[in-house]
Design a protein. Structure first.
Length: 300
């Protein structure tokens, strides 16, 4: 739900939703690490993916005409067979920062993910279409991340509003486990798509998702008008994420939150009146301790 759409949301109860494509995705492709003989088969890969992501209706979510800005950087690492490839993908999304009900020119990073294990078939000029009920190792990779991106975006405007979309991500990941691509999706000691989907739909992680709403709607969007209150709300949200992390030190969802937000957090707290706040931030997020300590040294 966008800030300017509060009234529109009420009106929507009395009229049908107008569904639109949700994503505005820019794709970059790097093929330097695969044989030059294979690169020609990928000459339309970027445009194929952008067309698919930017023209598909993935959900019934109403974004009120405001698409989610997404970047997807795809690094081909290996040719594993005829028309089969392995790649690493960096996925990011942002959303505008608001001042009251007014959208500003600034944006905030919502997601930044690295998926280092994607193996898939790709045939030039193949038909690419959205089918939520049939698993495909190529398109469902993009479907999965579209669901994750949309769900997170919704959650930054209304608490737990992305739940139904996250369930779609879990449905996709569950279907993958019954396919020949299961090893790409299964939970491991590190990152996995299925592991992420499980965490996104687990009730015990609702405090993290609610905290992400607080961070954005009652935090980032409040800084220009009530800076101290916005910072205090953000600090409370980060503490809530940390408390879940104390119960599950391997929380993938908590790591994703801090990976996306660490540099922003360090920057915005430079105006906080008590520099010891950075010690607290480093406790909540020890992986990015250097960012917080650098910010502390500049603030003192």
């Amino acid at each position: 739900m966008k800030k300017t759409a509060v009234v529109a949301l009420l009106l929507s109860c009395f009229q049908p939703f107008v569904h639109a494509q949700e994503l505005n995705c820019q794709v970059s492709v790097n093929t330097d690490n695969i044989p030059s003989a294979n690169r020609d088969y990928l000459r339309n890969f970027k445009s194929d993916i952008e067309r698919y992501l930017n023209s598909t209706h993935f959900t019934d979510a109403n974004l009120y005409g405001e698409k989610i800005n997404v970047t997807m950087n795809i690094f081909f690492t290996q040719v594993t067979g005829p028309n089969r490839y392995r790649a690493q993908v960096v996925i990011g999304s942002t959303r505008p920062i608001y001042a009251g009900n007014d959208q500003t020119d600034s944006v905030t990073q919502v997601l930044r993910l690295l998926d280092s294990q994607w193996e898939f078939p790709y045939v030039p000029n193949q038909r690419i279409y959205f089918d939520e009920y049939s698993f495909d190792p190529f398109t469902d990779f993009f479907d999965f991340y579209a669901f994750v991106i949309i769900g997170f975006d919704l959650d930054t405007y209304k608490s737990l509003d992305g739940a139904a979309v996250f369930q779609k991500a879990l449905n996709t990941a569950t279907a993958a486990l019954s396919s020949t691509s299961a090893s790409d999706w299964q939970s491991t000691s590190g990152y996995s798509r299925y592991g992420l989907a499980q965490e996104l739909t687990s009730p015990r992680n609702e405090p993290i998702l609610h905290a992400y709403y607080t961070y954005h709607f009652d935090g980032i969007d409040l800084l220009s008008t009530e800076n101290r209150k916005g910072l205090d709300n953000i600090l409370g949200a980060l503490e809530a994420v940390w408390k879940v992390r104390q119960q599950n030190a391997m929380s993938l969802l908590a790591k994703i939150v801090f990976d996306a937000k660490a540099k922003e957090i360090a920057k915005i707290f430079s105006s906080y009146p008590d520099a010891t706040v950075f010690d607290k931030l480093a406790t909540y997020d020890p992986e990015h301790r250097t960012d917080y300590m650098d910010a502390k040294s500049k603030a003192q």
